[in-house]
Write a protein that binds this ligand. Structure first.
Ligand code: NIG
Ligand code: FE
Length: 411
């Protein structure tokens, strides 16, 4: 057999049973974390035994071996940053006020319009490389910084172009209802957003429900388009205010509800009991707002809890899932296992990719990361990148420069 054998690991993370599409977070403690090996055959995971005949044998003594991280919520591609808003925000100027002063999503839309295709792609490529070095082997991107029909179509095209260029597996979500462009009412833009949602080449649909953006009735309308097209529906809800969007999203059969910092207590039980995933974005909470999602309660109630970076220029300029895991453990009171489940198998489920990604199971794509320490150190040594090797589809694609391993083909 020609393949890779990663051996002698202190910890290998895997689900309690093969073939699970997701694991409810009250069962995260059942994730198996023991020493061992992972064998890869071509682009597939062959099994969890060392393979003495492998052409490349990696000695992972003292290391942990995990499935590549899955970031199911980013806003790539976008143009530029908004660091000046961060200072306003931390000194007390609210998000809505920043938006009224011409900042916020509208300012990123201006930057997106002014940047060339190559400039947008260059920034997104750089961020994808940052994500790879911190272990992300699958990620989602969204449109949403276009704010015109023409520019949203361009965002979708650039999102697909990015997917063709990067080594990671990617999906693209149409967030055509992200902000209300100048000259439109929310209803008026929703007509355009619906037309885009009906025709664009995307893998899922998303909407931002908030007083400064769209309302629950628009979420219902997008749900109808999603059903018509057979696309998963996702929604940014309860980020800055309690809008009671969760029952609407559940009725629409949403694949996920994202943010949830202002989740109404009465909506927690129905969400946890549903098939709709709770995507929590602690980067946006920590850097962008005061409220924290009731993540401990969601996990205890058996929700399908998921973590993402929300990588975007406004609320979460964070590309690293290890950093997000650190925030989640500290601020949610989660265990490392709960956080790791949320950015592997459960995140793959949100992207409809759990058959391929998200866990170390025979037959799945061989996306594997090696960390230089046991997993408990990921949240504990906050801000440090624990990833020392990344393999995508069985190929070493990144090795930390100080590593003793010399893996052919790795950057
Ligand atoms: O997920 N809330 C809407 N969208 C982004 C932020 C957009 C921005 O401020 O650029 C989010 O937080
Ligand atoms: Fe977002």
């Amino acid at each position: 057999m020609s393949g890779v054998s990663i051996e002698n690991a202190a910890e290998v993370l895997r689900p309690p049973a093969d073939g699970l599409p997701y694991l409810r977070s009250d069962r995260a403690g059942e994730l198996v974390l023991d020493g061992g090996a992972v064998a890869l055959d071509g682009d597939r995971i062959a099994g969890l035994d060392a393979d003495a005949t492998a052409t490349l044998r990696i000695d992972a003594t003292g290391c942990s071996v995990l499935p590549g991280f899955v970031d199911c919520h980013t806003h790539l591609p976008f143009a530029g940053w908004r660091a000046e808003e961060y200072e306003l925000k931390v000194t007390g100027v609210p998000y809505e006020e920043i938006a009224r002063r011409g900042g916020g999503i509208a300012s990123s839309a201006r930057a997106f319009g002014a940047a060339s295709d190559e400039e947008v792609l260059a920034q997104a490529r750089g961020l994808s490389a940052d994500m790879l070095r911190t272990g992300t082997t699958t990620f989602e991107g969204k449109t949403g910084y276009g704010l015109s029909v023409f520019a949203e179509r361009r965002a979708a095209r650039l999102g697909r172009d990015l997917g063709l260029e990067v080594v990671q597996s990617t999906t693209l979500t149409g967030l055509f209802a992200h902000a209300v462009p100048d000259g439109y009412t929310a209803d008026g833009w929703m007509d355009e957003a619906e037309a885009l949602a009906r025709s664009a080449d995307v893998d899922a649909l998303d909407i931002y429900v908030e007083s400064v953006a769209f309302a629950n009735e628009h979420l219902e309308r997008l749900g109808a388009v999603a059903r018509e097209r057979g696309l998963p529906l996702r929604a940014h809800v309860e980020q800055f205010a309690e809008n009671r969007s969760v029952p609407v999203a559940l009725a629409a059969g949403a694949r996920s509800v994202d943010h949830l910092a202002c989740l109404h207590p009465d909506d927690l039980g129905p969400l946890a009991a549903s098939e709709t995933a709770a995507v929590l974005l602690p980067g946006a909470e920590f850097l962008g707002a005061e409220r924290v999602a009731p993540a401990r309660d969601l996990a205890d109630a058996g929700a399908i809890c998921v973590l993402g970076t929300d990588l975007n220029p406004g609320t979460s300029p964070v590309a690293s899932l290890p950093v997000i895991v650190g925030l989640a453990v500290r601020r949610y009171g989660w265990t490392a296992r709960e956080a790791l489940l949320a950015c592997t198998l459960n995140a793959a489920h949100v992207l409809g990719m759990a058959g391929e990604a998200g866990s170390l199971e025979r037959g799945k794509r061989a996306d594997v990361i090696v960390l230089d320490a046991p997993v408990a150190q990921v949240p504990y040594r906050f801000g440090r990148n624990p990833v020392c090797a990344v393999l995508v589809a069985g190929r070493p694609v990144w090795v930390r420069p100080d590593s003793a391993w010399r893996l052919e083909g790795a950057a």
